[in-house]
Design a protein around this ligand. Structure first.
Ligand code: PHE
Length: 512
């Protein structure tokens, strides 16, 4: 591939590994399996796959095309692409920064667990109680977060082919092998089949008492959509950024398809690795299924650590392998988020005639993220009250508590995954479909791609994506803020207003 000052991927395989690395992350391991089990098992999987094909795949092709066509990160890319709606580029600065403030804390926790499992091999294997102790130890949290950010800094400083690509080319295959080892161990535990039933059999979660009642249809749709977006690293500028380093001869639809398939496959495999083990361990120790924590940080660091604890002396080895695997997944996603911001600043500097100075920029970005992340770490994600996000309740105890104000993790999640991603994607699709016209990007997609998916692309971008995004936004608002009607009204108004704006702007462009 051509080598300019910004850098570029060394090979298509390297690019694929990096993009899959961005997609495969904590979302696959602790989010997908539980959401699938809770929201209808196999039925949820079908909804998820349909959304991934008709919405995720189309958006991913568009993001790669936009990045490659403009040769720049999100802000500059949108500025070149659309004058009136270039503001969405800024979402791609905010959302990755927000996500990184907790992603780095969780990555740090992985390092801690690698350490305690390695020590456990030689005796005194810790169990799930270790997580409570870690959460209430601010200095340990901060130290681990720093360590995680230092690792990311060195990778991002190495640049596209010299850092990110290198890490993923080794990290991703290694992750796959380790995942297979953990799956084999998990599925051979007694009662593992209960976990499989929870994940795959529609309705089993309620029937067996894992959850009290099945979620509503809109909530399932929002869950599947939000998960799909987060998991595929969409609407965050990550794929625009990675696409901007791609050569013209690369096949965008083929690459996107491979990424979507691999990401979904790893999500399913992660489910096979963690859910059966967690459920089996709970049942074998006489815990009621409703009380087994099957998602989020508790699944990763408490429930699963208990599993390793109960495996006896070998548990330390499996725990060690498992947390290295999770750490690789976390790093490969984190570096893509950091790269979004780094690339944006590099492009800005180059535009002003300054040199790219990647090391300096990477250092500044990492320090800023770390500063906020340390607050989240000191607060133990929201458990110690050192830096409370629930300040409003402190002032007025009657203030209603919802997802957005109960803890740091959920707060960041609400704004990034809950709102910035679906709304950003909706506006993006409307701009492509109705302002600039689908061909504005399809012509870019066509380069390096011999097939014909024009009709499919037009239908997805113009109709399916915006409408699906409106429903997902409605569901997210009702889930996060606890108000269904407000969700539908806000999402509906956004859809209509932005459709009208992009449509009118498109007509003006044609005339002018
Ligand atoms: N896809 C990652 C995960 O599943 C998270 C992520 C989102 C990474 C957006 C980059 C951009 O955990």
């Amino acid at each position: 591939m051509e080598n300019n000052k910004r850098g570029s991927w060394g090979s298509n395989f390297g690019f694929l590994m990096a993009a899959i690395g961005s997609a495969v992350g904590l979302g696959n391991i602790w989010g997908f399996p539980y959401k699938m089990g809770k929201s209808g098992g196999f039925t949820f999987l079908l909804v998820y796959v349909a959304l991934a094909i008709f919405v995720g795949f189309a958006i991913m092709c568009s993001e790669f095309a936009l990045g490659r066509k403009t040769g720049s990160g999100p802000i500059a890319a949108y500025k070149q692409y659309t004058k009136r709606f270039s503001g969405i580029g800024w979402l791609a600065l905010l959302a990755p920064a927000l996500i990184m403030t907790f992603y780095s804390v969780l990555g740090g926790y992985c390092i801690y667990y690698i350490g305690i499992n390695a020590a456990g091999i030689f005796g005194g294997m810790p169990g799930g109680e270790s997580f409570g102790a870690l959460l209430s130890n601010p200095w340990m949290g901060i130290g681990m977060t720093l360590l995680f950010m230092v690792i990311c800094y060195f990778i991002n400083r190495g640049g596209i082919s010299g850092g990110i690509e290198k890490f993923n080319k080794i990290g991703m295959p290694a992750l796959f092998v380790m995942l297979v080892i953990i799956i084999i161990r998990a599925l051979t535990l007694a009662n593992a089949v209960e976990g499989l039933k929870f994940m795959f059999v529609p309705g089993y979660a309620v029937e067996a008492g894992f959850i009290e009642e099945a979620p509503s249809l809109i909530s399932v749709l929002a869950t599947a959509g939000g998960q799909m977006f987060f998991s595929l690293s969409l609407a965050m500028g990550a794929m625009i950024t990675y696409g901007s380093y791609l050569g013209k001869h690369e096949n965008l639809p083929k690459n996107s398809l491979v990424i979507v398939i691999c990401d979904s496959l790893v999500a399913l495999m992660a489910g096979l690795a963690v859910i059966p083990a967690a459920v089996a361990n709970g049942i074998n120790n006489g815990i009621a299924v409703a009380d087994i924590k099957l998602s989020g940080p508790n699944l990763l660091f408490s429930t699963l650590q208990d599993v390793f604890h109960n495996m006896g002396p070998l548990g330390g080895i499996f725990g060690f392998i498992f947390y290295i695997l999770v750490l690789i997944a976390a790093i490969s996603s984190a570096i893509s988020l950091i790269e979004v911001i780094v690339t944006m600043i590099i492009d800005r500097n180059t535009g002003k005639g300054k040199g790219p100075s990647r090391s300096k920029i990477t250092a500044v970005v990492c320090v800023l993220i770390t500063a906020v992340a340390c607050l989240v770490a000191a607060d133990g994600l929201g458990s110690t009250g050192i830096a409370p996000i629930n300040l409003l309740q402190k002032i007025n105890p009657d203030f209603p508590m919802a997802m957005w104000n109960d803890c740091w993790l959920d707060f960041m999640d609400t704004w990034s995954e809950g709102l910035a991603m679906p709304i950003g994607a909706m506006i993006m699709a409307l701009v492509i479909g109705w302002e600039q016209g689908p061909n504005s990007l399809y012509n870019e997609i066509k380069i390096g791609y011999k097939g014909n998916m024009h009709l499919f692309y037009v239908i997805c971008i113009r109709f399916l994506v915006p409408v699906a995004m409106a429903f997902i936004t409605a569901g997210q608002i009702s889930d996060f803020f606890g108000n269904v009607t407000a969700g539908y009204i806000i999402a509906g108004v956004l859809l209509v207003v932005f459709f009208a704006l992009t449509f009118l702007s498109g007509r003006k462009l044609k005339k002018g």
